[in-house]
Design a protein around this ligand. Structure first.
Ligand SMILES: Nc1ncnc2c1ncn2[C@@H]1O[C@H](COP(=O)(O)OP(=O)(O)OP(=O)(O)O)[C@@H](O)[C@H]1O
Length: 271
């Protein structure tokens, strides 16, 4: 593990016995998260992997503060929090762009909210637009962009506010394979150089092993973290990392877990 991943004493994010029950007490009640606890330290890259519908997005939204848990507590730097703040920013699966605003305005939005002004805003907006390969598209509107480009705007917007913790819900799912690999490397670069902490949902085992310092494996619903797998491969990682025997072993561990959980889902008639 590199120096940036050396653990500090107080976790940047800690969550204790989180439960999320949708429509509690109603016939359509769904127990989405059950007694989920964990600690995330500065500089970690955490991926969450689990079968479809197990509560991954619910967990991310809860950790961001967008969703209030039915019970349990979230701590940022040791203090309990009860809603969103500037320390955590979310990159959504469905982009969540404002269609009436240009690429530039979408990326600048969070910075204005944070009270930033003038050239500081401009420099940051342009830096992150360039980083995701969208320079030249600043004045375009979302409807003029492909799905992959829209997703890159969403990623630039998340990065631009420079949060301590970036929460990403399948951020690369709409991006073509080539851009996806570039974005994976870019996210890792940012994480290592700027000591960012990332929590990341993906359905791709390969992506999770490539990016993560630790992977949370979730059970079928009600979602629980049933195992944490530390990926002990040093950063920076390159395409050659994928040729290491341990890389393949990690992939097999994750795959065996997922297969087991999906089988459980089938047996319960939910898949
Ligand atoms: N607002 C809501 N109201 C009621 N039920 C919900 C709500 N949001 C999610 N659910 C249910 O909670 C469970 C967990 O959903 P969630 O989206 O967190 O799972 P997920 O693991 O992210 O799914 P996927 O892998 O398909 O993206 C699912 O059964 C889902 O139908």
């Amino acid at each position: 593990m590199t120096e940036t991943l050396v653990k500090t004493k107080i976790p940047i994010l800690q969550f204790d016995s989180l439960n999320v029950i949708y429509n509690e007490g109603e016939p359509n009640q769904v127990h989405a998260l059950k007694d989920v606890s964990g600690e995330i330290h500065e500089g970690e890259f955490i991926s969450i992997i689990g079968p479809s519908g197990c509560g991954k997005s619910t967990m991310l939204h809860t950790l961001d503060g967008l969703l209030q848990p039915t019970s349990g507590t979230i701590f940022v730097n040791g203090s309990p929090v009860h809603g969103p703040d500037g320390d955590r920013a979310m990159v959504f699966q469905d982009f969540a762009l404002m269609p009436w605003q240009t690429v530039y305005q979408n990326v600048e939005f969070g910075l204005r909210l944070a009270g930033k002004k003038g050239s500081e805003i401009h420099d940051k907006v342009m830096h992150y637009i360039k980083l995701v390969g969208l320079d030249g598209f600043e004045q375009k509107y979302p409807h003029q962009l492909s799905g992959g480009m829209k997703q890159r705007v969403g990623i630039a917007r998340g990065f631009a506010v420079e949060p301590k913790v970036l929460l990403m819900d399948e951020p690369f799912s709409a991006i073509d394979e080539q851009t996806r690999e570039i974005m994976q490397e870019e996210v890792l670069k940012i994480m290592l150089h700027e000591k960012k902490t990332v929590i990341f949902i993906t359905h791709s085992i390969d992506e999770a092993v490539f990016l993560s310092s630790r992977i949370f494996l979730m059970s079928v619903r009600p979602g629980q973290i049933v195992e944490e797998v530390k990926i002990d491969i040093p950063y920076p990682r390159t395409l050659e990392t994928k040729l290491l025997p341990e890389y393949q072993e990690y992939k097999q561990i994750i795959w065996d877990h997922l297969k087991g959980e999906v089988r459980r889902q089938y047996r319960r008639g939910e898949a």
